[in-house]
Design a protein around this ligand. Structure first.
Ligand code: KG4
Ligand code: ZN
Length: 354
């Protein structure tokens, strides 16, 4: 193996229910990565239990990091910086990752980088090797996850202009709630997508909130209620064999169409205000959904922008994106953050770290 291209960064992600560590270099080479999902811990509760999440991060993060270093053969001296997610997210997990990352940086005498989780999602598509050439700044980003729905003009690390946001439930949250209504396992997104594959998306006419309205804010609470109403209208004994799959497919189609409708407005504004921009990037857990990717790709195509979506494993939470965000910040001239920089449960994308 050739020597890593400096800087080589250790990334740490503990903001929600994935404990993850990764070693990534400037060339985008992932020297190694480890990810332990906590699905088994939280599944019985139908959602993430913050206290259990923090405890699991505390148990597994040191073990995963030791294994990562041992398996890659990378010595601490060869690591140029330690990057850990500082927010937004669940504070218990953030404190574990931040404390661990800061301790390593201090012990190894390396810079510490406190990473905004949303920015890590936002920059993932620029990881060399994913798309040739990687999207250059500025690009339009749609970040769709369990907690967020944001249209953003990404101008560079730390330089983001929010064009539109979710007004109520985030798309991933609605996938999770609809899955619960359909008695599917948690997390709901992948389960709904699997079931929807067997269903007819035209069977149920569901609302596409804000369709046709100006701007690119998003709303999904009404769609969630509409699914609940369809279920309430048809008691289990009266449902045919395709009922659940058709409802899942109709719901997924409505989310995809609503996002594509909002994306059309965002694309038009982006083209007008950032005429040099060439790409439309989708990121975050919900971006793993194939139907949603296809609807957004079509919208980008119509607007004449290149469409990019990281592979599904890099859309959902991971540490590769955290390490890469650290590299982007180093390349932009960052020297490292103060170890006193606190973890932040709320940290809007456009706000500075301090
Ligand atoms: O980005 P992420 O891993 O964590 C957050 O930062 O929120 O996103 C998790 C969300 C969950 O709500 C999950 O159900 C959803 O992304 N998700 C999906 C799919 N895979 C994950 N939603 C729809 N389709 C999928 N294939
Ligand atoms: Zn995320």
């Amino acid at each position: 193996m050739s020597a890593p291209a400096a800087p080589l960064v250790l990334g740490i992600e503990t903001s929600c229910d994935e404990t993850a560590v990764a070693l990534v270099d400037r060339a985008g080479c992932v020297l190694g990565h480890k990810l332990r999902s906590q699905i088994a811990e939280h599944e019985p509760y139908g959602g993430v239990v913050p206290e259990l999440a923090a405890r699991a991060h505390l148990v597994h993060l040191p073990r995963l990091t030791r294994a990562l270093l041992a398996e890659t053969g990378i010595a601490p001296e060869a690591v140029d910086a330690v990057a850990a997610t500082l927010g937004p997210g669940l504070i218990g997990g953030l404190l574990v990752g931040a404390g661990f990352g800061k301790a390593l940086a201090l012990a190894w005498g390396k810079p510490f980088l406190g990473i905004n989780h949303l920015e890590a999602h936002a920059l993932t598509a620029r990881l060399p090797g994913l798309a040739a050439p990687p999207p250059s700044f500025p690009y339009l980003l749609l970040l769709v996850s369990g907690g967020h729905c944001l249209f953003v003009a990404v101008e560079g690390p730390g330089r983001h202009v929010v064009l539109g946001r979710g007004l109520d439930d985030a798309p991933g949250e609605v996938f999770d709630k609809v899955a619960k209504m359909l008695d599917l396992p948690w997390p709901g997104g992948p389960a709904v997508e699997r079931l929807a594959r067997e269903g007819d998306p035209r069977r149920f006419a569901l609302p596409q909130p804000l369709k046709g309205r100006a701007g690119c804010d998003c709303s999904f609470a009404g769609l969630k209620t509409a699914v609940a109403t369809r279920l309430a209208e048809c008691p289990p004994a009266e449902r045919d064999a395709h009922f659940a799959a058709d409802l899942a497919a109709s719901f997924q189609e409505a989310v995809a169409a609503a996002l594509a409708d909002r994306a059309r407005n965002a694309l038009a504004r982006f083209r007008e205000e950032w005429p040099e921009g060439e790409s439309f990037v989708v990121a975050g857990g919900v971006a793993a959904n194939a139907a949603i990717r296809a609807a957004l790709a079509a919208a980008a195509d119509k607007a004449g922008l290149r469409f990019l979506a990281p592979p599904p494993a890099l859309c959902t939470d991971n540490a590769v994106m955290v390490a890469w965000a650290g590299i982007e910040r180093l390349r932009a001239g960052a020297a490292g953050d103060d170890l006193a920089l606190p973890a932040r449960p709320r940290w809007p994308l456009a706000a500075p770290a301090a």
